[in-house]
Design a binder for this molecule. Structure first.
Ligand code: GAL
Length: 646
């Protein structure tokens, strides 16, 4: 079965609408509904007084209609009574402002009162529904990520730091607290990062981000264990959020859920927008070790700055199939029915304000049919890739701080660019996680690995990446990779300290470029955003800087190391220029596209015997397939080809 459905909020609607919903879900072929995500105030209107009647009725109706339920714990939004009874459990911003209810995600995960209230409602739900026949999976909380800097958090942060560093002298050393007289003489002096006079200590901020990720994970694990004890056979997940806002280290969290569930809201439009969907799907598959579930995406309009962008006809179907091709076990949406009011009343839904007589609902009905027909043909195995891009949440956090050499440095942009360029060349791309203990083992699956802005790297990860090259791999390192240790301290002796030897070079001076002022390269391309002075020590120079004081200095190099090759890309490049380099690396690594020779508006994803073809353009695309007739994919459409059969 391919899961098809989404967030369903019957608590917002009278009984007759719920009846209509069930009928419409059947018409669309919906087989799962996520229920109860923000329903705490409806489930427990007063402390200790529960109203489960409405939920009993909804679960019963859905079950009778053959629709499973991803039952949520409602802990992302405590009710107003909770706030007033426990003001100390409300989050405090870095500026010292204590927030109040009126929106959502307003809680301090370290606050004992919040944790107790959460355990309580979760235990009630577990007791009542753990063996309900409609229960397909538990959906814990919603997009963990709330940040708090209160005194309770401060105490929890200190315990975390004591456990991590053991000794205050060690913390002082790795945080470089002698800089600006920050040396701590007692654990009690350490605060969460709060508003302060000028730049904070980056090591302090980095440890706080790691702490927060672990602290939120503790909140998840507590709920998971309660639910698991009530019925060990029901899978438990929480929806990870992917995008520009990331409070937790999903690669670490992935080991704690039964299935990685991801919310992905691509916002790109126009030619090439499919790269964002591909990125989301490929990264989620990396977290999920091959298998994951698209828990939320938008059927149509999403909240984007400036104005909302409508999807093109067919785009909902094409993007959904793209996620499934990339390993998702389903296609689920936020949300089933568009609300009449509330903060997100203009966010799209499968049943919009216009009702079922609407383009989006008609497309949903067709999509339901397509997924049902595809389900028995969908192979178990995920797409196989020989290329991987590295993803590292702590490197992202480190590069979000102040005091960096250029305001144009953006971690997410760099990783997305590397992925996009490989994707445009038709290559299947996976992700690897240098912060995880299984890095060495995971690297064995690849011929080519790209490290975009892998700013922080541990000795163990650096050794695993060096050995990957020594044993025949092709490693591509860019500027800003391998610069610091996991605490954010610079690896001395010339950048990139972690990879100087494998690259056969050192970087002795950074020369960030002013926005819009590129630097010439001797192959006709231009460096943008970034340049630096590279001195080779064994590496072969492939491209040189051709302008500025760097004229003649190496810009792109290649170094044999053992049986493999390490490539260095010193300047920032646009997609075309980076594409030329990565194509060359791929060719030398013997990595080939999923389907060579595709026109640019077509993409192909292979899962076992099944080949998915997507046409993201506005003209038909014809594909010659070895051993069978050519296949034409209509504009905006897709085709599945199984061993020559369409
Ligand atoms: C998600 C969230 C949903 C809804 C949606 C809107 O991140 O989980 O509750 O807010 O965004 O795009």
């Amino acid at each position: 079965m391919i899961y098809f459905g989404g967030d369903y909020n019957p608590e917002q609607w009278p009984a007759d609408v719920v009846e209509e919903d069930v009928a419409l879900m059947r018409r669309a072929g919906v087989n799962i509904a996520t229920v109860g995500v923000f329903s705490w105030s409806d489930l427990e209107p007063e402390p200790g007084r529960y109203e489960f009647g409405w939920l009993d009725r909804v679960l019963g109706r859905l079950h009778d209609a053959g629709i499973g339920v991803a039952l949520a714990t409602p802990t992302a939004s405590p009710p107003p009574w909770f706030t007033l009874a426990h003001p100390g459990a409300m989050p405090v911003t870095a500026d010292g402002v204590r927030l109040t209810h009126g929106s959502r995600d307003t809680y301090c995960v370290s606050a004992p009162a919040y944790r107790a209230a959460a355990r309580n409602i979760v235990a009630e739900l577990a007791e009542r529904y753990a063996h309900h026949p409609a229960l397909t999976m538990w959906h814990v909380h919603n997009e963990y990520g709330t940040d708090c800097r209160c005194d309770v958090t401060a105490a929890a942060f200190r315990s975390w730091l004591e456990k991590k560093h053991g000794d205050l002298d060690v913390l002082n050393e790795v945080w470089t607290t002698s800089f600006w007289s920050q040396r701590y003489s007692d654990w009690a002096q350490i605060m969460p990062p709060r508003a302060t006079q000028y730049l904070p200590n980056p090591a302090h901020v980095l440890d706080f981000r790691r702490f927060l990720s672990d602290e939120l994970l503790g909140g998840f694990i507590e709920q998971r264990d309660l639910l698991r004890a009530a019925n060990p056979d029901v899978p438990i997940t929480t929806n990870f959020v992917q995008g520009g806002w990331v409070s937790v280290d999903h690669a670490r969290w992935a080991g704690e859920v039964d299935i990685v569930a991801v919310d992905h809201y691509p916002a790109a439009t126009g030619a090439g927008a499919d790269a964002e969907t591909a990125f989301g799907g490929d990264l989620a598959r990396g977290w999920g070790r091959g298998s994951w579930l698209l828990m939320e995406t938008a059927p149509n309009l999403i909240y984007t700055p400036g104005r909302m962008h409508a999807k093109e006809p067919g785009q909902l179907t094409r993007n959904s199939l793209d996620y499934v091709a990339r390993g998702s076990r389903g296609a689920m949406y936020f949300q089933w029915r568009q609300p009449r009011g509330g903060a997100e009343l203009f966010h799209s839904a499968l049943v919009p304000h216009a009702g079922p007589d609407s383009p989006v609902f008609r497309e949903a009905v067709g999509l339901g049919r397509t997924l049902k027909a595809l389900a028995p043909r969908l192979p178990e195995e995920p797409p196989a890739a020989r290329v991987a891009v590295a993803w590292d949440a702590p490197s992202w956090w480190a590069l979000q701080g102040g005091g960096l050499p250029s305001a144009e440095i953006d971690y997410l942009t760099a990783v997305q660019q590397a992925h996009r360029v490989l994707h445009r060349s038709g290559l299947a791309v996976d992700f690897v996680f240098p912060g995880m203990d299984d890095l060495r083992e995971r690297l064995t699956a690849y011929d080519m690995v790209v490290l975009p802005h892998l700013f922080l790297v541990s000795d163990e990860a650096a050794a695993a990446l060096r050995d990957f090259v020594a044993s025949g791999g092709h490693l591509v390192v860019d500027h800003l990779s391998g610069i610091a240790d996991p605490a954010g301290r610079i690896r001395l002796g010339g950048y990139p300290g972690a990879f100087r030897d494998v690259l056969g070079l050192r970087v002795v001076e950074w020369r960030p470029l002013a926005g819009g002022t590129p630097i010439a390269l001797d192959n006709g391309d231009r460096g943008i955003r970034w340049s630096e002075r590279v001195e080779t020590a064994g590496a072969e120079t492939l491209v040189r800087y051709a302008g500025d004081v760097l004229a003649g200095a190496p810009a792109i190099t290649r170094n044999r190391h053992g049986a493999g090759t390490a490539w260095y890309v010193s300047p920032g490049l646009d997609d075309d220029a980076l594409g030329r380099i990565l194509d060359r690396v791929a060719a030398e690594a013997g990595v080939t596209p999923v389907l060579p020779g595709l026109p640019p508006h077509l993409t192909a994803v292979r899962r076992g015997d099944l080949l998915f073809l997507f046409n993201h353009g506005d003209v038909p695309g014809t594909v010659a397939l070895p051993g069978s007739d050519p296949v034409t994919v209509q504009p905006g459409g897709f085709q599945c080809v199984e061993s020559g059969r369409v």
